[in-house]
Ligand binder design. Structure first.
Ligand code: HEC
Length: 485
């Protein structure tokens, strides 16, 4: 007790407790109100697990993968720790999205909480930034190729594209400079910025109090929050909403603690059961790899597949930009005083379209196998000649096209999306130049003439899978150095 009194005299603990914990809060706060604090809890979990992971991690292309493998195999609980960090990342995205949807649904971004909504949008962007930068760090196949695709998409931005790619990759290629940059953002810039924003976000919540339920802030309200009467109305309605005498502690914090604990437990279970994925080490020459982005980037990824090539840049950059403008601008142009989602038809429709659209696109991306079909009716005579060579040379003994053929070589169903005809010509001529241990036979003269190889290459370039008509090729052609005489 003596110590407490000593501290209290200096830090005024009793008053701090009264101001923070004993605050009265509005009646009937729901379990949905716990999503924000659960997001914060998971962030703390990420900070702790991330700090330990950083102790073992080496941010260079030569050692990153090995250091992760070492962690998985040799470090006590290393695999579990990586698992927690991996599942925690998904949990954070889900929780912050759910939190935003709740705040949106009860109109809690309206007067007087406009600033905190904008801070929240900033936090959401940072969480996405964490995902994007964290993805590359293991330097496995998935990491490398997903980032290649992601940075390529940024490159389609009109005017700024090339500069953006250089900024993200630290050069034109994806390599050591990229990894250093992503790592610094992941462990220094973003945590610092996020911590500052979170602190502001919470300070504002404490100062403004938790939003009361919509009904308490709607009945008898002036029609818009622009109305000069509105602030007065709001103050009264908010004060009245606290009539039940609930306190921040234990009424709110108690629920928060239960949901946070359950979330952490779930993450632990997922981590223990599934761990974190690790594919083979990144191989920039393995162009047969079909990259798939993390689930929360799937809607935009799938959307890109649905639009014709010339629209791609518009969608890739335009859709996120418009969404961002709408999110930031929301509290400033939506000035109606109605808060319940059911009383705001436009907001309800907007949310429904966004959720249904994203759900549909994620579903479509999940179902779309990288299979496809050859629509040979439209082939030119050169391409048709290539197709008969493909048959007569027994390429199908080793390669699949749309499920037909052998499996000892890569599936060629969508090879036309991965490689240019020029690259395929050189490759068919002498695969060993591209890949020393290639098990693919060389078809250069005398086996086939240059003319025939070109026909084959032209045919292969048409193999673009089922939605090939709309898909845009992403070539990852790397050529070997010129042959020494
Ligand atoms: C003996 C098996 C075998 C035969 C026959 C074969 N390939 Fe291959 N092919 C492979 C293997 C294995 C690879 C993987 C790359 C490597 O090992 O260099 C490959 C790679 C390829 C690639 C590159 C695919 C990519 O995504 O990078 C193309 C294109 C290709 N083969 C076309 C053909 C064509 C056309 C024929 C027939 C003229 C053919 N292959 C015959 C085994 C074969």
């Amino acid at each position: 007790m003596g110590i407490f009194r000593w501290l209290d005299e200096r830090l005024d603990l009793v008053r701090a407790k009264r101001d923070l914990l004993d605050r009265e809060v509005p009646d009937r706060l729901t379990w949905w109100h716990t999503l924000g604090s659960a997001t914060l809890t998971v962030f703390l979990v990420q900070v702790i697990t991330g700090t330990v992971l950083a102790t073992y991690y080496s941010a260079s292309p030569d050692h990153a993968y090995e250091s992760i493998q070492y962690m998985e195999r040799e470090v006590a609980s290393g695999a579990l720790l990586r698992g927690v960090h991996h599942w925690g990342a998904s949990a954070m995205v889900i929780l912050i999205l759910a939190h935003m949807i709740r705040v949106f649904s009860v109109g809690a971004y309206k007067y007087p909480r406009e600033i905190n909504w904008v801070l929240g949008v900033g936090l959401f962007l940072m969480v996405m930034g964490f995902s994007f930068t964290g993805y590359l760090l293991p330097w496995d196949q998935k990491a490398y190729w997903a980032t290649a695709v992601g940075t390529n998409i940024a490159g389609t931005t009109p005017v700024l594209g090339a500069a953006l790619v250089a900024l993200l990759r630290g050069g034109s290629e994806l390599g050591a400079a990229t990894l250093a940059r992503f790592y610094a953002f992941h462990v220094l810039w973003l945590p610092l910025l996020l911590t500052m924003l979170v602190a502001l976000h919470i300070i504002v919540v404490v100062r403004q109090g938790i939003a009361a339920r919509p009904r308490d802030l709607e009945t008898g309200a002036p029609p818009t929050t622009k109305d000069p009467q509105y602030p007065g109305y709001y103050r009264q309605a908010y004060a009245a909403s606290k009539r039940g005498g609930l306190r921040f502690w234990p009424d709110i914090l108690g629920k928060d603690a239960i949901v946070s604990a359950a979330t952490v437990l779930l993450i632990l279970l997922l981590a223990a059961a599934f761990g974190a994925p690790l594919e083979g080490p990144a191989d920039p020459t393995d162009t047969a790899y079909v990259p798939r982005p993390e689930w929360y980037f799937l809607p935009i990824y799938q959307l890109l597949k649905l639009v014709p090539g010339s629209f791609e840049a518009v969608i890739a950059v335009g859709v996120p930009t418009i969404l961002l403008i709408v999110l930031v601008g929301l509290p400033f142009f939506d000035r109606g005083s109605r808060r319940n989602l059911l009383h705001r038809p436009l907001a309800l429709a907007g949310l429904a379209v966004l959720l249904a659209g994203s759900g549909f696109l994620i579903g479509a991306a999940g179902r779309a196998p990288e299979t496809p079909v050859d629509d040979s009716a439209n082939l030119t005579s050169v391409q048709r000649a290539g197709r008969s060579l493909y048959q007569s040379q027994q390429c199908a003994g080793c390669h699949l096209i749309a499920g037909h053929g052998g499996e000892s070589g890569p599936d060629l169903t969508t090879v036309g999306l991965r490689h240019s005809a020029g690259w395929m010509h050189s490759f068919l001529e002498s695969p060993a130049r591209f890949h020393e241990e290639s098990r693919m036979p060389a078809y250069g003269p005398p086996t086939l003439s240059h003319q025939e190889i070109e026909e084959l290459a032209q045919y292969l370039a048409t193999l673009r899978g089922r939605d090939g008509a709309t898909a845009t090729p992403q070539f990852y052609d790397t050529f070997p150095p010129p042959r020494r005489p």
